[in-house]
Design a protein around this ligand. Structure first.
Ligand code: GDR
Length: 340
């Protein structure tokens, strides 16, 4: 049987790496793209031992010509659009760049597929951030969006243009509304990895303390490796459709920190309130976590909690890793690579 060829944009990120590994194991030819200006960061692919199994292509998602060149060259069976300006906080300082890269690029790809490769199946990385200030207790595919950042607005555009092209031109184009998903491959600017890395650095004397923003926001956190498999499942269905991917449980950043200190067996105590809240290491009375206004966002998403019953029913998918196990996975790897 002819091997399938897939394009993964954003190959050097957390999801790109896990998805590439998954598709390679399924015998796909994987083409991985990254923007030219980005340092081609291969540590995740190297750690998975798949760096040499990927065909690398430079692709600037804001350049329509580059997209059509690549799509004409490979006539991909599947495209997974994971490339984005994915850090919510940066979208407040770079709103135009964020909307161009995350929003309009989806349209650029869809237009090219429509014109040159209409049988290519397309996966768009939509985000739970689109729900923003939530309008229902749990969020599913029918929950209205209420975005709270330029990032979320850009993702809403991407989401609806996928739906529009699916309905107007009969393309096999879908969006996965993925809630937060973490792993040892998470970028260090995102809160979970910042915490796991920071705490391991602190207990090893490499860092004095960690500064965080709003530790009371709550997120529905799953394990990224399981979430990338579901992207593939969405493209293997008879009918293209959108799906929420989540665990259905929500925890605050403070809960996440407490799970980490429990796992690391550091005896701690929270003191103070608001910007003066601190986490103290009871062994030496030193501050290990402080709050800094620097990490607060102009508008915050306070609470997210997903309902992925549609994915469970139709894709036969459900999450396997709870937050406690995820903390263990992340910290074990953090310790292993700190010591090596
Ligand atoms: P998020 O992830 O914005 O939910 O988007 P992030 O980990 O950045 O923030 C989660 C929550 O933690 C609070 N927070 C901090 N966040 C960061 N990054 N750094 C801090 O120091 C800090 N302190 C508190 C934030 O305010 C927020 O409430 C992620 C991204 O991967 C998106 O691309 C993706 O679409 C969604 O998840 C689903």
């Amino acid at each position: 049987m002819k091997k399938k060829t897939a394009l993964i944009t954003g190959i050097s990120g957390q999801d790109g790496a896990y998805l590439a590994e998954f598709l390679i194991n399924k015998n796909y030819i994987v083409v991985g793209s990254e923007r030219r200006s980005a340092r081609y960061d291969t540590w995740r692919l190297k750690r998975l031992g798949i760096e040499r199994k990927i065909i690398r292509e430079e692709l600037e998602l804001t350049e329509p010509y580059e997209i059509s060149r690549l799509i004409k060259k490979y006539k991909f069976d599947e495209i997974y659009n994971l490339g984005a300006q994915s850090f919510v906080k940066s979208s407040f300082s770079s709103p135009l760049y964020t909307c161009n890269t995350n929003g309009l690029s989806v349209l650029r790809i869809l237009e090219t597929i429509r014109e040159f490769s209409p049988n290519t199946k397309f996966y768009q990385a939509s985000s739970s951030e689109m729900f923003g200030e939530i309008l229902t207790k749990k969020q599913n595919e029918r929950t209205p969006f209420n975005p709270r950042s330029p990032y979320a607005v850009s993702k809403v555009f991407g989401h609806f243009i996928v739906k529009n092209y699916r309905e107007s031109y009969n393309l096999f184009a879908v969006s996965g509304i993925l809630f937060n998903h973490e792993s040892p491959f998470r970028g260090e600017e995102f809160v979970t990895r910042k915490i796991t890395k920071g705490l391991v650095n602190i207990i090893n004397g490499k860092q004095k303390f960690l500064e965080l923003g709003n530790i009371y926001s709550k997120r529905d956190w799953g394990f990224a490796k399981e979430y990338t498999e579901v992207m593939w499942k969405m493209l293997q269905q008879k009918k293209p459709d959108d799906y929420v991917v989540s665990t259905g449980r929500t925890y605050s950043i403070k809960d996440f920190i407490n799970l980490c200190t429990d796992y690391l067996k550091i005896k701690t105590k929270w003191i103070g309130k608001g910007l003066d809240e601190k986490l103290i290491n009871l062994k030496n009375n030193k501050i290990i976590i402080k709050i800094s206004p620097k990490y607060f966002r102009p508008s915050e998403v306070d609470l997210l909690i997903g309902d992925s019953s549609k994915a469970k029913k139709i894709l036969k998918w459900k999450p396997k890793t709870n937050l406690k196990s995820l903390v263990k996975i992340m910290l074990d790897e953090e310790i292993k690579y700190f010591l090596s």
